[in-house]
Design a protein around this ligand. Structure first.
Ligand SMILES: Nc1ncnc2c1ncn2[C@@H]1O[C@H](COP(=O)(O)OP(=O)(O)OP(=O)(O)O)[C@@H](O)[C@H]1O
Length: 213
């Protein structure tokens, strides 16, 4: 499996945010997107996840024997917001997402109990999501990545508001995902604790993006 981005550019409103971004990552690899505030990291992730159209260029997943028409279909997107209903319990939220997403061909997500255990919060999944602390809510949002299989994880500041133990836990989840042949692309200002990752540095349109491998 390979994710290939070629000549991507994107606009927000009237403004060109970045242009001519190209990179390639294989199954089992992670790409960390770095750059100052406003340089376009979130915009790039949203383009890859299919949530914003690219102005030009392409991003494709070459994934025999499961060809993918649109990259977004193969992606889990964990954005700044957790996308969980505050009034529903954690169990109910995760069961909804498991059912809604379903599995992408090739592998399967774990059940809700196992996902909650994996993020270290077994025992509180019966509580309404809104009762949880900010860090616990973020951990539970990470559990969404586990309940349905998607080969590509798109992660926007995944560890913001997390303590050191949770950062370590999340690095373990990402490593396990890579170990299953998955791909992870993360925008972050903090080190994710992953070894041997590729890096893409965004400099904003004032200085066009530069890649560092
Ligand atoms: N909906 C929008 N309409 C117009 N401009 C936008 C919109 N959303 C973002 N922008 C602009 O696009 C540029 C890139 O924003 P983006 O959120 O991609 O940056 P970022 O690198 O992720 O920043 P940060 O590190 O602060 O999260 C910024 O100048 C921002 O003001």
């Amino acid at each position: 499996m390979r994710l290939v981005a070629e000549g991507l550019s994107a606009t927000r409103g009237e403004d060109l945010i970045f242009q001519d971004i190209s990179f390639e990552i294989a199954g089992g690899e992670a790409l960390v997107v770095k750059g100052p505030n406003g340089s376009g990291k979130s915009t790039l992730l949203r383009v890859l996840a299919g949530l914003l159209p690219a102005e030009s260029g392409t991003a494709k997943l070459l994934a025999a024997p499961h060809p993918v028409e649109r990259l977004g279909e193969a992606c889990h997107y964990l954005g700044h917001r957790n996308a969980m209903k505050r009034e529903l319990t954690v169990d109910e939220n995760l069961a909804f997402w498991k059912d809604f997403f379903g599995d992408f061909p090739g592998d399967a997500g774990v059940d809700v109990d196992e996902a909650v255990e994996s993020v270290g919060l077994g025992g509180i999944a019966h509580l309404p999501f809104g009762y949880l602390s900010a860090g616990q809510q973020r951990r539970m949002a990470m559990a969404k990545l586990l309940v349905a299989w998607r080969p590509v994880w798109i992660l926007d500041e995944p560890t913001a508001a997390l303590d050191v133990a949770a950062e370590t836990m999340f690095a373990g989840l990402v490593m396990a995902h890579l170990g299953r042949g998955g791909i992870a692309i993360a925008a972050t200002h903090q080190p994710l604790g992953l070894d041997g990752v590729k890096e893409l540095r965004m400099t904003g349109f004032a200085g066009v993006a530069e890649t560092v491998w």
